[in-house]
Design a protein around this ligand. Structure first.
Ligand code: ADP
Ligand code: 5GP
Length: 204
């Protein structure tokens, strides 16, 4: 494999703690790139266009989709979401590691289209705690929370597709598990310098 960039795909039911874990990764892995998705969902308070998402209208999204702009896209919780191809391709060309916060449908497309990556599923400790977190976050109305909880069950049933499972009960523990996966994955020979063996034995 010529390319050493690692694709890290994180999926979880809404409210399980993906964004929280990703913000910790941003702090500790400054060279890690983050794929910024396009969405037709309205911004939440504090979300910034171009940093959290590119917020677009449904017409714009569908036009981009029809122009093959996305590496993958899906309708999730009644809104469209998609990963722009250009950022993924750029990261891969530069050999950079890049993280994707996408749903299960998107994760399946990434595996099928790009045929690489480490696929990690984050579980909440229980559905009760998931509801609790969604309510406490105060970013969604009760109807949206109900829809996200209903979809959570279907998403959790798809967890077998993933390479690793993390239960985000205690945040510190879940984060340390996530970091361990990334560190271990990068130690696989396919992500190491191609001439490492020759370099080590050259003075023999
Ligand atoms: P997601 O990005 O998966 O939708 P968030 O990261 O926004 O989820 O987390 C949902 C809410 O739960 C947030 O208010 C966050 O602060 C909180 N949260 C995340 N992880 C934990 C945890 N381990 N224990 C308790 N609360 C958590
Ligand atoms: P939220 O609206 O809470 O930010 O995200 C809702 C869901 O959409 C989450 O499961 C998130 O992972 C998923 N999502 C965000 N961006 C993308 C994307 O580009 N593609 C896909 N398939 N899902 C996405």
């Amino acid at each position: 494999m010529a390319n050493k960039g690692l694709l890290i795909i994180l999926s979880a039911p809404s409210g399980a703690g993906k964004s929280t874990l990703i913000s910790l990764l941003k702090r500790d892995f400054p060279s890690l790139e983050f794929s910024i998705s396009y969405t037709t969902r309205k911004p939440r308070p504090g979300e910034v266009h171009g940093r959290d998402y590119f917020f677009v209208s449904e017409t714009e999204f569908l036009q981009l989709r029809d122009n093959a702009f996305f590496a993958e896209w899906a309708k999730v919780h009644a809104h469209y979401y998609g990963t722009p191809k250009n950022q993924v391709l750029e990261s891969l060309q530069k050999g950079k590691d890049i993280i994707f916060d996408i749903d299960v449908q998107g994760a399946k497309q990434v595996r099928a289209n790009l045929k690489k990556g480490v696929f990690i599923f984050i579980f909440p400790p229980s559905l009760k705690e998931l509801k609790n977190r969604l309510q406490k976050r105060q970013t969604d109305d009760p109807q949206t929370i109900e829809l996200r909880l209903k979809n959570a069950i279907e998403e959790i049933k798809e967890a077998h597709f993933f390479d690793y499972w993390i239960i985000n009960d205690k945040l510190e523990q879940a984060y340390s598990q996530l970091k361990s996966i990334i560190i271990a994955e990068k130690l696989k020979p396919c992500y190491q310098p191609e001439n490492l063996i020759e370099e080590i034995i050259k003075d023999e």
